[in-house]
Every structure is written in C-alpha cells, then in structure tokens.
Design a protein. Structure first.
Length: 376
C-alpha cells in the first residue's frame, strides 16, 4: 500500500512539474522581448516634476505593448492612474506622451502606450488596425495600471486623442473599471472609414467601390503602405491637411517611428473599421466622460455627434436609435474657442513648425479637475 501511495505521489509530482514547465514555456513564448529606446526621444522636453521609465505589458491577444510610465516625483500612497493613447497613426513620443506627462505633473500615475502593431510595440505586419484589438489595447493598459503597487485599482481613467478618442469610448462602454474618460479632438474611425470625411461617401455604391479596391489590394500587395501625411504639401491642400503637415512632418511633431510622419498605414490596414460601428453602446456608459473639441476643428462633428448619441441615444450620422443615457449628469461636451484639430495635440503655436508663442489651448486645469472629481 505504501509503495502504491509513493508511486501515486511521484506521478503527481511529475505531472505537476510538467504542467508548470509547459505553463512557463507558454508564458515565455507569449512574452515578447522588445528592443526599447532608452534615450529621451520625445517631441517635448521631460518635466522635472515627474519620474519616467519605459515599461511593457501584454494584451489578451498575446501582443506586447511598449509604454512610457510617468509618476509625480512627490507622489505618496496609492495614486489615481490614467492610460493615454493616440492620435491614430502616431506614437507615444508625440501627443499621448505629452498628455501623460502633464497629468503626472498634476498628481496622477500616467501611462502613454504605443498600440499594437505600431511604434515600439509588437505585432506583424506593421501599422495595421482592428476595432477589437485596439479596444483591447486600452483594456490591457488598465490591467497593467491596476496591478501597480502604488495605484488604486478603483481609480483608473483613460484619455483618447484623435482616432483613439473613439476607441477610448468603445473601451469605456465595454469595461466598467474605467471610471473617467477624456476624449480629445476625436475621430470616429469606423464612421470615417465607412462614410468618408463629412459622410460624403455614406451610400452603398461608394462603399462597394471602396470594398472592391480593398479586395484587389489584398491580392496585388497586402503589405503595401498607403503613405502618411501628404508630403510634399500641395498648395491647394485643405487647411486641416496643412495642419497635419505642420504637426507631423515639421520639427514641431515629427518622429521617426510615427506612421503619420513617414510611410503611413497599411493600405488595407483599416479594412475591418469600414464595416464596423463601434460606438453602439456608448449611450450606456455610466462613468464620467468629457469630450473636448476645437471650435475650428474639421473633426468637430465626430465629437458633437458622439456626445449627443452618448447622452440621448440618437444623433446625426448614427442610424441606430437607442435609449437615453441613464447617467447623463456626468457627461460633458467642451468646445474650445479658436482651436483647430491639431491645436489639441500639443496646445498649438502662433507660428508654423512650432514657432512663435504657445497658444496653450489644451485645458490642463479642466482635465485635472475632471479626473480629480471622478477618480476620488
């Protein structure tokens, strides 16, 4: 009997060791080692009020994301935390890093991350997108922050800039751990991908033609890049294209890892976005949301419509009609006088290429008050 018991224990031990070894191998396989730049290579100077370090974290799709973690130097105890990403096609060395650093100056732990397939984050082929993978990126960032010893897991918010504003709203609708959301100079990437700018292609023939183009591209060369911001800049380019050029291509905001600053996005990289509408349930968001847009931004209609649908359950550009939000009192739309779309990337300047005087159009005091009120 003792021999039988000994053998059973031995077998159990071997099986446990094998299971642990297998699990270790799985974890090692899923943990991708990234080569992260350790030098300060942002388009803004490092504040002397914050500490900074490079970090990585995993998503539930098995991708490893690279991020910059900013912590206030005088921080004590458990902190409220904020995850930041955007604009769509940009990197954490640009606008999202600035937002994260500024919020850290004001007492928050703040994480600016490169989305899957972009910047220093993992994922092949490069610069491609998916509504579900990108939404998971934000939720994985919340996972990371919630596990930090000096973060209060019940006090986590997010900031989404430009195309990541829409993604932020989708993440907040899906994940009640997100207690406060700021959406800055927002694009709804699903709407613009399916309808074109200002909804001029919101019809079946135009969408079918776009689908035909994508289908042919997949066979011709699925890895082809569509190009970043138009360069050289045509003299007759729309003002918002000139604004993009001034941020992404000049010394004001250029970065070597930014798709918008260089060869752009995969030509079929947003194919799934065109057939999706991922803001369907934002009218059920219970937590606090601040949507802010520039008065002169070409993209202003995205933010105004998203706000209206979030509060009322219906809006122009939304074919779906839902119920009014059960918590409209903590939702706010802020239109910033005189601001263009790109002014909310870095505050804007009185002259081109980041010269002249800073216009300081990002309302940092408002963001601080919003998060302190809703992450308390």
């Amino acid at each position: 009997m003792k021999n039988v018991l000994f053998v059973a224990m031995l077998v159990a031990g071997v099986l446990t060791a094998c299971a642990e070894s297998k699990q270790t191998k799985i974890e090692e396989k899923s943990m991708q080692k990234l080569e992260l730049t350790q030098e300060w290579d942002k388009v803004f100077p490092l504040s002397n009020k914050v500490s900074h370090r490079k970090v990585t974290f995993e998503t539930q799709y098995g991708l490893t994301l690279a991020a910059d973690l900013y912590t206030p130097k005088e921080a004590k105890g458990k902190l409220a935390a904020i995850a930041v990403s955007g604009p769509f096609g940009a990197t954490k060395e640009q606008s999202s890093g600035l937002y994260a650093m500024k919020m850290a100056e004001r007492g928050f732990m703040a994480l600016a991350f490169d989305p899957s397939y972009t910047g220093e984050s993992s994922g092949e082929p490069r610069r491609t997108a998916s509504p579900d993978i990108n939404t998971e990126d934000f939720m994985a960032a919340v996972d990371f922050l919630a596990k930090q010893e000096n973060v209060d897991a019940e006090r986590i918010g997010i900031i989404g800039i430009c195309g990541w504003g829409g993604i932020a709203l989708n993440a907040t609708a899906a994940d009640p751990r997100i207690k406060a959301t700021v959406v800055s100079t927002m694009y709804d990437m699903t709407r613009v991908s399916g309808n074109g700018y200002f909804d001029v292609n919101d019809n079946e023939p135009d969408r079918h033609a776009a689908r035909e183009t994508m289908a042919k591209q997949r066979l011709a060369d699925p890895t082809a890049m569509a190009g970043g911001v138009v360069n050289p800049l045509p003299a007759d380019a729309p003002q918002f294209v000139k604004d993009y050029y001034d941020y992404y291509i000049t010394e004001r905001g250029y970065h070597k890892r930014s798709g918008n600053s260089n060869d752009g996005w995969r030509a079929i990289g947003t194919q799934a976005y065109a057939n999706a509408r991922f803001l369907y349930y934002i009218n059920e968001i219970r937590s606090a949301v601040l949507i802010m847009h520039g008065e002169k931004a070409h993209s202003r209609y995205f933010g105004e419509a998203a706000y209206q649908y979030m509060v009322e359950g219906k809006a122009e550009g939304y074919s779906v009609v839902g119920k009014p939000n059960p918590n409209p009192e903590n939702k706010e739309l802020l239109i910033i006088p005189g601001a263009t779309h790109c002014d909310l990337y870095d505050g804007g300047y009185t002259e081109l290429t980041g010269k002249g005087e800073p216009k300081n159009l990002i309302p940092w005091d408002k963001l601080e008050a919003f998060f302190k009120e809703n992450l308390k």
